[in-house]
Design a protein around this ligand. Sequence first.
Ligand SMILES: [Zn+2]
Length: 268
Amino acid sequence: MQILTGFVLAALIAFVAYRAHSLTRSGAFAAVVVGGVIFGMGGWQWAILLLAFFISSSALTRAFKKRKAGLDEKYAKGGRRDAGQVFGNGGLATVFAGLHFFYPDAQWIWVAFAACLAAVNADTWATELGVLSPRPPRMVTNPAREVEKGTSGGVSLIGTLAALGGAALIGVLAAALGGPASAPQPAAWMVGVAVTLAGLLGSLFDSLLGGTVQAIYHCPACNKETERHPLHTCGTTTTLKRGWPWLDNDFVNLGCAIFGVVVALILV
Ligand SMILES: [Zn+2]
């Protein structure tokens, strides 16, 4: 019954998000799967963490749409999230919610779930709020080098503080909502600190991948670096500049979530 309710609620939210242009059609179907499993097999505490990520990141994308308008050509996709983005951001968290259904007493599953969402939330907040930085970002692999805003692998102080805020939101909720209540388990504050730190480090790992092995393209017409492929926003075919061709932004987000989980589990 809870699973059915979960899918109905997820479908309602996905429909609203689709109508509000936060999700594409494929993104809305993916959100029903992700939301349905997390609501239905996890429970309301798990749903609250997912909603905190989904609502805060969609709101930030919307709020800073104008400021990011000139940067749209750099990012792999526009403001509407498609299935690849939904699974890249929420796929691993969905797996942990499913695991919880079979191992309801395992506290580490809650920590791992929260760490996934903390990492992708931190990364989204950093991307959306980083554009407010008055100074150009610097490459995470070479801090002496300033790069254009929106460049994969670029980091700024404001972006990093935003990542900390995004991670802390999930960390505080993870500590407050606790997850499965069984002894022995780490104290709530430890869960909060571990999840927050995991989120921050996960988003920095995301930048590291963006600055090294993520597929980055070049538009010969605009002479600009971009994540877009095969076509740039101007319509020209982009060519691979660096990185592994298969490692697109969605896989980088998954890598960010995996790294966050590893950090959180080591800490707890
Ligand atoms: Zn172009």
